[in-house]
Design a protein around this ligand. Structure first.
Ligand code: NCD
Ligand code: ZN
Length: 347
């Protein structure tokens, strides 16, 4: 008998779609399974104003193939010159769902990010007042801090002080990669939640570095040691509503990944649900997958969960995913967890 799992249609609370030919190539991979996604604003140049967000949303909707439904939830890229009034107006008209904080230089296309948090306090105060959530890339960029410690140091030196000075601000700590991040989000008072990616549940730094360097596992925050991976899996499958899915699916062409200075980002849109079902089954928690992928995120963003359902089935033979997605911008390698996947979305 085939095992099946029916649940509410999921949403992705952290997604990179890019623009132009790449956008057209990767958008169907998400829209096939997901109803909505928080769209990251780190284009070049970034999505900073309400006008930028409207134009980008229109480009996304124009790239959506006929017959597919998908709602992009737009974000603004916080800069030291962001105008609180423009941001508040974009929120009031329902155009933006969150604002994104990238510490300057933390990751791909983050050069316009924030260098000095004190310069954006008026914007953050306005966000707290109007209930607009801040999505945070939680890593310091101080050159002296080791790359594997950057998330923990961020919690201690940036996030916790910020939340103490502005406790009303709604914060989502994105793509958590450490047990420190998990315990911070689990225990901190006030309005905080955290997203976890698909790939950080399935790989640790050994997968990336043992037996040869695997550029398609390189992303930021970088995968940590296995004890952290175990903490992420426990949190994701715990049923705690503070944790939910943000795939951080981040396409780069093979040419830019397989390079002497390869880009950070894992592309997982196509097989994310197969991967998640695999992980949740391994953890004996298939009954918690709907909460993680389809319920906790909407609750956090004060939206109803999706009405319609998807069904996954576990097959005897592994699902045959393509190794790469061909986009007009070039081939993009799909996340390969390194073992067969038996769960597959059938409806
Ligand atoms: C993201 C990208 O490529 O835009 N890369 C990544 O490794 N996750 C940026 C980000 O979310 O850090
Ligand atoms: Zn990202």
């Amino acid at each position: 008998m085939t095992e099946t799992l029916t649940m509410r249609r999921p949403d992705d609370w952290h997604l990179h779609l890019r623009d132009g030919a790449m956008l057209a190539g990767v958008l169907p991979e998400t829209a096939r399974h997901f109803a909505r996604a928080i769209i990251m604003p780190n284009l070049v140049p970034p999505v900073v104003t309400g006008g930028d967000a409207r134009a980008y949303r229109d480009r996304i909707l124009a790239a959506l193939p006929d017959g597919m439904a998908f709602e992009p939830l737009m974000t603004l890229y916080l800069t030291e010159t962001t105008e609180p009034a423009d941001m508040a107006a974009a929120h009031a008209e329902g155009l933006v769902t969150a604002v994104k904080l990238y510490p300057a230089g933390a990751t791909t296309n983050s050069a316009s990010g924030v260098r000095d948090l004190s310069r954006v306090m008026p914007v953050l105060e306005k966000m707290a007042e109007i209930g607009l959530p801040l999505c945070i890339h939680g890593e310091v960029t101080t050159p002296e801090v080791d790359i594997f410690d950057r998330e923990k140091v961020f919690l201690d030196t940036v996030l916790d002080p910020l939340r103490r000075s502005l406790p009303e601000l709604k914060v989502t700590l994105e793509h958590i990669t450490t047990s420190d991040g998990i315990s911070y989000v689990s225990n901190a008072p006030g309005d905080i939640a955290g997203t976890i990616t698909t790939h950080h549940l399935m790989i640790n730094r050994n997968h990336m570095l043992v037996g040869g360097i695997r550029p398609h596992y390189y992303c930021l925050p970088v995968a940590k040691r296995s004890t952290h991976q175990i903490a992420l899996r426990k949190a994701a499958t715990s049923g705690n509503p503070r944790f939910f899915l943000g795939t951080d699916s981040a396409p780069h062409t093979d040419e830019t990944k397989e390079s002497a200075c390869g880009c950070a980002g894992v592309f997982s849109a196509t097989n994310t649900l197969s991967c998640l079902a695999h992980v949740f089954e391994e953890e004996g928690a298939l009954d918690k997958l709907e909460g993680f992928a389809s319920l906790h995120g909407p609750a956090r963003y004060r939206r109803p969960p999706n009405d319609d359902r998807i069904t996954l089935a576990k097959r005897a033979a592994p699902t045959d995913y393509p190794a790469k997605i061909d986009t007009g911008a070039g081939p993009v390698t799909l996340f390969d967890p390194g073992h067969p996947l038996y769960w597959h979305v059938i409806a």
